[in-house]
Design a protein around this ligand. Sequence first.
Ligand code: SD4
Length: 324
Amino acid sequence: MNPTRRTFLRQFSLGSLSWAAFLQACRADSRPAGTPQPMVISTWQHGLAANAAAWQILSAGGRALDAVEAGVRVSEADPQVTSVGYGGLPDRTGKVTLDACIMDETGNCGSVAFVQDIMHPISLARMVMEKTPHIMLVGEGAQQFAWEQGIKPENLLTPEAEQAWREWMATQTFTRPPINVENHDTIGMVALDAQGNLSGACTTSGAAYKLHGRVGDSPIIGAGLFVDNEIGGAAATGWGEAVIRICGTHLVVELMRQGHSPQEACQLAVERLISKNPDYQEIQVGFIALNKHGEHGSYCIQPNFDYAVHDATGNRMIKAPSKR
Ligand code: SD4
């Protein structure tokens, strides 16, 4: 009898668990030997709330794909999260433009970029994946598809974000946003379900005050997000241009394929990125990764990036080691 079942039976005999929990534990226990426990990881502090939503699905034996979609939708709808969905900081013309992608255990993926007025671009990306022969739709075409699918347009520019944009426009002349949490809080999430399958999601309003029409790494499969069910998955946050240059998350997954732990793979990818970006001291990039065995890791250029991890023991933040 494995420890999970032993612990469970002890608790059950004490009457501390419900019948539903008993059935759930039995389901989990009937998984093939060696199958890891479900787990979800996601970027930044807002990952805690997103993980909690994903965990509801994972802990009930649900599919990782459903978990990551439900998880990142929490950040998309949260006006306090100023770099994702509703409440995201706009581009320099005052428009909130969103990028998102999703990838499942079979290698299916969907993506939308440069979309406006859509509260949940991650769900639109999933519709592209499941209802079209394509992977990526952008701009007006993606919006047209959204309206055809019954999605209703919504204004995503909150008064606070508009005010911040007006203040910023009055004072700044920039080519790149400064390094700080407010400008770098895309949510990237990777989950492993009770069947041992991986999926990932990534969604963002992108770099604050970007040029109108700019698309970052987040909706690009292999840059902002990559999942290979045989190996693991990875997500990126930070200055997307630098991530795209090295196909960052694809690189992380390939490094895991070569035998590196998620932690080592993230570090090696950041080092590769640094070697290709002489200006790395002025940017932040962080990777998170989760492998098929339920091991996770992260690494970033600048300090102060952390990620949220939820497994059967709870939901917690982990500080990512950094280059600087
Ligand atoms: C981008 N990677 O559009 C995104 C922005 C971000 O945390 O903030 N990531 O480049």
